[in-house]
Design a protein around this ligand. Structure first.
Ligand SMILES: Nc1ncnc2c1ncn2[C@@H]1O[C@H](COP(=O)(O)OP(=O)(O)OP(=O)(O)O)[C@@H](O)[C@H]1O
Ligand SMILES: [Mg+2]
Length: 247
């Protein structure tokens, strides 16, 4: 049987702002298995980021149970939750969130700093391996401000991969990139998926759902549809048809 990596049972998240209560998530339940590539879609304010923050143990639900790789997250203390997050989850954000004026290697090493079992040379070795896996073997010592948007996002993906996480969570990971570079990054996500990675990719762009294996649509904090994609398209094929810009 395929392993369940994520299990949400009746998750709700309320925010209190003044006298108002915002129901950002309402009774959300689903299971995601190892090796799935799931896109989460919905209009602005539908609860996508709140859901991703919940999955990433960055936010605690008001109600419901969340099991990450078999562990109940709700009952954990803050420190245990931070350790679980560091070991099990790789994050990729729209704005890359790299340390400024810091090399690719140093950025990618960062998640390993919290793990005392790695020596400095082991950390560096893992970071180099991870950067090579995303096609940045020739940019190891470039600093964040010396790279393009697509390269910065690759560094962020290498950083997300370096701990060999159970799941990669991406929030609008192609949101700041031009069309061609977005497809470049989608090709990389599809390759990681083909290699068996579990990916959850939040986006408001319906195109991206064509490249994932499953799509969950949120509306007003509820799951309205949850569909398997029987006809996954190849981002590499689309990329090959896009014109190369010379500047
Ligand atoms: N910290 C917070 N305090 C109060 N309300 C919040 C907070 N975070 C989110 N919300 C509200 O919860 C709802 C869901 O927000 P969320 O950020 O999850 O939406 P989203 O689907 O990610 O939107 P977008 O596509 O614009 O990023 C919104 O109505 C938002 O205003
Ligand atoms: Mg959002």
């Amino acid at each position: 049987m395929t392993k369940e990596i994520i299990k949400l049972e009746h998750i709700s998240r309320d925010f209190h702002v003044g006298d108002e209560t915002v129901h950002a998530l309402r009774d959300v339940s689903f299971t995601i298995c190892e090796g799935e590539f799931v896109t989460i879609m919905g209009t602005s304010g539908s609860g996508k980021s709140t859901l991703l923050n919940t999955l990433g143990c960055l936010d605690t639900p008001t109600k419901g149970e969340y099991y990450l790789d078999g562990t109940s997250v709700r009952t954990m203390g803050k420190n245990a939750r931070a350790t679980l997050r560091n070991r099990k989850i790789g994050f990729v954000f729209q704005s890359y969130n790299l340390l400024p004026k810091t090399t690719a290697i140093e950025n990618v090493e960062l998640p390993l700093m919290y793990n005392p079992s790695y020596s400095a040379s082991a950390r560096k070795g893992k970071a180099v391996e991870s950067l090579k896996a995303v096609g940045l073997g020739d940019r190891l010592n470039h600093k964040s401000n010396q790279m393009s948007g697509g390269q910065m996002q690759r560094v962020a993906i290498a950083r997300a991969l370096v701990n060999d996480p159970a799941v990669i969570l991406a929030d609008e990971a192609t949101g700041n990139l031009d069309t061609r570079t977005s497809y470049d990054i989608l090709v990389l996500f599809q390759r990681l998926h083909a290699e068996g990675r579990t990916i959850i990719f939040v986006t408001h762009n319906p195109e991206i759902a064509h490249y994932s294996s499953r799509n969950i649509l949120l509306k007003d904090g509820r799951v309205v549809t949850d569909t398997m994609n029987e006809n996954v398209q190849s981002a590499a094929e689309v990329l090959a048809t896009l014109p190369v810009e010379n500047d």
